[in-house]
Write a protein that binds this ligand. Structure first.
Ligand code: ATP
Ligand code: 5RP
Length: 292
């Protein structure tokens, strides 16, 4: 936690929608005049695509069928913690990009499956925004949670998460359904052991639930639309959350538990803006005062 240089950590599995949620944050940052710097979790993968394949094959031959990008050891989590710590203390740090596809390759000038060089953060920012797989990990080696001031989970129910991943990986990253299915299966062990525990550490979870049949996600022809889904929003600590205000502002919403509200899928963006804007505004105001 840093009063001077706060960190927002948005965590979700691959295909959960963390990149999509980043757009909502960008709108809030723009409207509130917040200067942010951001990290994509994939920047902290340990291996480029070819080296990851070789490492997978090596481990598989040695009898380990559980290794995947979700595993702690496939990522440089100590480096990520170092960046979180340094940013929290000084407002400085560095990141890079993992280039997934031809579009990103054109943007960054590096072939798909490779990293760009590390580059320092811009100076004089108000906060650091992280989105990715491991931003709330606590294990024997790292404790990322302790550095983050606002922690969010983006967690569609699993069939929907798979549909989103399959469609995105096919449409944008050039993989077949069979290849994505293999990846989902291979990652399941680490999904349970490395990804899921983080959603008990997060302050707020956004869980998208489809209200159309997704019982065979591998043949779904499209991603259920916002109109075909609900969002369950759960607050770890509901004290101070103005639920009557939220349910009156968001048409069609209701409280399903003392710490949870449900909103129509097409109100996700509005709900996030209403919930997050005051939290971000206060965080940035206090940080600016502490730096003055
Ligand atoms: N609320 C939503 N409604 C409809 N589609 C969504 C929603 N959120 C995400 N998607 C779709 O799901 C797919 C995956 O989303 P996104 O790329 O944001 O995932 P991600 O968590 O960033 O994945 P990765 O970490 O693998 O990059 C995209 O096709 C996106 O358009
Ligand atoms: O989205 C992911 C993890 O969040 C990707 O699966 C990961 O970055 C590896 O990418 P690729 O399989 O395209 O090399």
């Amino acid at each position: 936690m840093s009063k001077k240089f706060p960190i927002i950590s948005v965590v979700g599995s691959s295909g959960a929608g963390t990149s999509t949620v980043k757009n909502t944050f960008e709108q809030i940052f723009r409207r509130e005049g917040v200067k942010s710097v951001s990290i994509e979790g994939d920047a902290f993968h340990r291996y480029n695509r070819a080296d990851m394949k070789a490492e997978l094959e090596r481990r598989y031959a040695a009898g380990d069928a559980t290794f995947s990008h979700f595993s702690y050891e496939a990522n440089e989590l100590k480096d990520l913690e170092r960046v979180f710590r340094e940013y929290g203390e000084t407002g400085r740090g560095r990141t890079r990009h993992y280039v997934h596809d031809a579009n990103e390759s054109e943007r960054y000038g590096v072939p798909p499956g490779h990293f760009t060089d590390w580059a320092p953060f811009e100076e004089d920012t108000d906060l650091l925004f992280y989105e990715g797989l491991h931003g709330c990990v606590v294990n024997d080696e790292v404790n990322l949670v302790q550095h983050a001031d606002l922690k969010l989970g983006v967690v569609p129910v699993i069939n929907l998460e798979w549909i989103q991943k399959i469609h995105r990986d096919r449409a944008q990253r050039g993989y077949t359904t069979e290849a994505v299915t293999d990846v989902i299966l291979r990652r399941m062990h680490a999904y349970v052991h490395c990804i899921v525990p983080q959603f008990s550490e997060t302050d707020i979870n956004f869980q998208r639930v489809p209200v159309v049949d997704t019982s065979n996600p591998f043949i779904a022809r499209w991603i259920p639309t916002p109109d075909e889904s609900l969002i369950v929003i759960r607050f770890k600590n509901p004290r101070g959350i103005d639920f009557p205000y939220l349910t009156s502002m968001i048409a069609g919403s209701w409280m399903s538990r003392a710490n949870s509200i449900v909103v129509p899928g097409n109100k996700q963006d509005l709900a996030m803006q209403l919930i997050l804007t005051p939290l971000i505004e206060r965080m940035v105001r206090e940080a600016r005062r502490a730096r003055a």
